[in-house]
Design a protein around this ligand. Structure first.
Ligand code: GLN
Length: 198
């Protein structure tokens, strides 16, 4: 089965995600309207500017439909997408979809060293992974049901929680497709929401 995975195409690097998903064996669908979410097996929330995403989503009831989708269907948020998924956002506090049991601090690396490329080990097989950071947030706290797949300076940079995957870096901007393949596998496995209290 080839899964149909949407990429929220409001702003940011959605084309790179669509390409990465296709290379990882999925069909990629650009999503610009709430009704386009129906029939999708999963969704990617790309990087960009989370405040801009929120402004757009607050129109036309998109935010409510999206919140419903991400609470049950496999969703992968990168950078601003990770901020949107998080339960708590700091610096400054802002609204979010609130499904990922994590606290995320925006623009946590300061202005001078805000963008960089690092190579680090992850829980994914195949050796070290290139990680592109662009004005990246920092995951400062995670719930007990969040599995950390990679860290930078002791802070999680790639995490999963039931049907959710989130990274503070941009895997779509590297040639390595392991992170997108991992997400496609999550979709194919029909990953379900974790029950935090179980
Ligand atoms: N700094 C952005 C924000 O706060 C995220 C940056 C990114 O997605 N590359 O939304």
């Amino acid at each position: 089965m080839i899964p149909r995975i949407g990429v929220l195409a409001i702003q940011g690097d959605y084309e790179a995600h669509a390409r990465a998903l296709r290379e990882a064996g999925a069909e990629a669908v650009l999503v610009r309207k709430p009704e386009q979410l129906s029939g999708l097996d999963g969704l990617v929330l790309p990087g960009g500017e989370s405040t801009t995403f929120l402004k757009f989503l607050e129109r036309d009831g998109f935010l409510g439909v999206l919140r419903e989708f991400v609470s049950i269907k496999p969703t992968f948020g990168t950078c601003a997408g990770c901020i949107l998924l998080a339960e708590e956002v700091l610096r400054p506090a802002q609204e979010s979809l609130g499904v990922l049991h994590a606290t995320v601090e925006r623009n946590a690396y300061g202005r001078q060293i805000d963008s960089s490329i690092q190579v680090a080990e992850t829980a994914l097989k195949g050796g070290p992974l290139e990680m592109v950071y662009i004005r990246a947030p920092r995951i400062v706290n995670t719930g007990a049901d969040v599995r950390v797949l990679a860290e930078r300076d002791g802070f999680p940079v790639l995490v999963e929680q039931g049907h959710l995957l989130a990274s503070t870096f941009h895997p779509e901007l590297s040639a390595d497709r392991r992170v997108h393949r991992h997400f496609v596998e999550m979709v194919l496995a029909g990953r379900e929401p974790s029950n935090r209290n179980s």
